[in-house]
Design a protein around this ligand. Sequence first.
Ligand code: C5P
Length: 330
Amino acid sequence: MPERTASVRSHAKINLDLRVLHKRTDGYHELRTVFQTISLSDTIDIRYRRAPRTRITMDGNVDIPDNLIVRAAQNVMDAARITAEVSFRLDKRIPMGAGLGGGSSNAAAVLLALPTLAGAKLPMTQLVNLGTALGSDVPFFLHGGTALGIGRGTELYPLAEVSASHGLLVAPRIHVSTADAYRDLNRSAVETRLTTSSPGSDTESFRALVWSLGKSRQPGDWKVLCTNDFENVVFERHPALQSIKRQLGKLGASPALMTGSGSALFGLFDSRDSAARALLKLSRQHRDDCLISKMAFLNERRYRQLWRRQLARHITSNDLWPPQSRYSKP
Ligand code: C5P
């Protein structure tokens, strides 16, 4: 079999809202969150060739120990019961340890691309299971767009498209470990509402936010309700992040919020002009300590189109793509 190649985009996400309710018996935390894919992306070049033994190699502009790309590839090969030589080249642009889901997105990209390159039909339920084993954010990237995440963040429901094209992303050169952020949250639980037994975060305002998101196509209605429960504990460790949030707010962003467990922050603006002014001002001030860029939301329809386009050469039959769902044919 000849070598097959693909070059795929692996997009970042932000959390438009993130509530941590309580610690569960499996050690994870119960979440209520709204995920959104954004324009910022990494590129992964994949080369695939059937071979008597599996060999997976990884190269790129960053060195990531225990890379999720390699683990995802191994899991796909095992699930599809095939052996092959697979090589990856990662061009990383999504800052790491920033709450932008870059590693999870890379893993999901491999789960989506590799079965198609191999001509293997892995149903969506199986990809979701493989993704869940790799990380809590991975299943979201199998779908993209705007989604409600509950449980560990792996139980997902699609939400109506949110339009907010004038966004800014500010990623300070600070690496926040998600596990540490959860630990800090638990440590602060004694003084706050977070307990191991009862949901404490304000789910009523989360419900109001999701209703408002469902009814509105503009950020105006829901933006005042956006919250991230990690902000307090992460800002305590990294006060610089709080001052960037304040700055974004003063420059007209609403919401101005941290994503995931940080360290990146985002701001949504009413107009192109106000976003451009904020970009200029923040870029001058944070030239050396932050990566600042414009960002737009990537909706589910465009996410699906993108994936079909980037795998088109290898979609040799209708049941190879999209990954089949047990309940509906997308
Ligand atoms: O699932 P993932 O590998 O992304 O999780 C990273 C860390 O965050 C783990 O240590 C896990 O315990 C914690 N986590 C959590 N509750 C979640 C998601 C992640 O406690 N819902």
